[in-house]
Design a protein around this ligand. Structure first.
Ligand code: SAM
Length: 355
């Protein structure tokens, strides 16, 4: 049997973390990493592909077209390429992975590309969507009018990277990054695949104690609880509404939620193996309590609670300035990774206590 090709998409900057997850879960052989993409081959894909936590979404490769370019003639190339998509095989694989028959009511296409082209994303979507819908005997739902597609569509994705176009079929019923556990959200809530990647970067191990001192709606803690590693997790926030939201999102997990100020943590010194958090120094959420009055308290507390061989993974908007603060409190950066998220470019920084 020839192996199926899949593409998992993620946040720019964490492609390698996602590739590691693909390997560790035994989902297949990673072939290549591209901008926001991890391509892998799997002899017999099953439901495990929908367990990827660091992926925004996962797709079956339908076809790859080269030479699309900037001109409108590329649209004809894309429409013609639909003939080479092995539709019945893709539908059978998708049904096996999703654990249910296709049962779709329409065909939906979402396209994206970098750089200037002499066509729009809607032109690409329609060029591909109409012949695909004909081949499948289903109506085509165009996004041109701005109307959201119905729930049960066969969702295709076209990604143009340079001259190359990827035409792929989403495996799940909805994007993987839309977590069912997230019942409540608040401004600044972290993108779940990025939270999952931060947990992986912390190097979790069975029995480790993990702390998120600024937990917001609990994304890091819930992702850690669902990571497959047996962690002891403590998560706190100074905002009672955040703690209530986190507890609602964390139903079914064993996270200890606590109303606490990150500048005065109710945690014993040297008792935490891993801190994973995005502190309130971003664009959406301001520091409160002790962190508003005395920001360096964050570093003092981080250094105090971490074990000597512990590690902290932080998402920070202005790493250079913040790392200077960390250094004066005995925390040294061992890795930095720029990510792109909703038009912002924060960094994921790993810190370790200076012996
Ligand atoms: C960027 S948000 C964290 C988002 C979180 N990762 C999530 O997924 O929802 C920062 C959080 O820090 C909290 N915060 C602000 N000042 C704090 C303090 N002194 N101690 C603890 N939490 C604080 C805010 O209430 C907010 O929930």
């Amino acid at each position: 049997m020839t192996a199926t090709r899949l593409v998992a998409r993620t946040v720019r900057g964490i492609e390698r973390v996602l590739a590691g997850e693909v390997r560790d879960r035994g989902l297949g052989t990673v072939e290549q990493l591209d901008h926001r993409e991890v391509w892998f081959r799997c002899p017999d894909p099953g439901p495990g592909v929908l367990d990827l936590r660091c992926a925004d979404d996962v797709f079956l490769v339908g076809t790859v077209v080269h030479g699309v370019g900037r001109a409108r003639s590329g649209l004809r190339l894309l429409a013609d390429a639909v003939k080479s998509v092995p539709v019945p095989e893709l539908l059978a694989t998708r049904a096996r992975c999703a654990g249910r028959p296709a049962g779709a009511v329409a065909v939906d296409v979402s396209a994206s590309f970098l750089g200037r082209r002499n066509f729009t994303r809607y032109d690409v979507e329609d060029a591909v969507g109409e012949p695909l819908a004909t081949a499948l005997g289903l109506p085509y739902h165009s996004r041109r009018a701005g109307v959201a597609p119905p729930a049960d569509t066969l969702a295709w994705r076209v990604t143009l990277t340079g001259d190359r176009a990827l035409l792929a079929l989403r495996i799940g019923r909805r994007p993987l990054h839309r977590r069912r556990y997230r019942r409540v959200s608040l401004p600044g809530a972290l993108h779940p695949p990025l939270a999952a990647a931060m947990v992986r970067l912390a190097g979790p191990f069975d029995g480790a104690r993990l702390l998120d001192p600024c937990c917001g709606v609990g994304t890091v803690a819930v992702e850690a609880a669902r990571s497959g590693t047996a962690l002891s997790i403590v998560a706190g926030d100074v905002n009672p509404a955040a703690v209530a939201a986190a507890a609602a999102n964390g139903v079914g997990t064993a996270v200890a939620w606590t109303l606490a100020d990150a500048g005065r943590l109710p945690v014993a010194s040297g008792s935490v193996d891993l801190v994973v958090t995005n502190p309130p120094w971003g664009r959406q959420v301001s520091p409160a309590g002790t962190l508003a009055r005395r920001p360096p308290r964050f570093w003092t507390e981080l250094r105090r609670v971490l074990r000597p061989d512990g590690r902290a993974v932080l998402l920070v908007p202005d790493a250079a300035a913040l790392l200077a603060g960390a250094a004066t409190h005995g925390l040294t950066p061992v890795a930095r990774r720029a990510v792109s998220l909703s038009g912002a470019h924060p960094e994921v920084v790993t810190l370790e206590p200076v012996p």
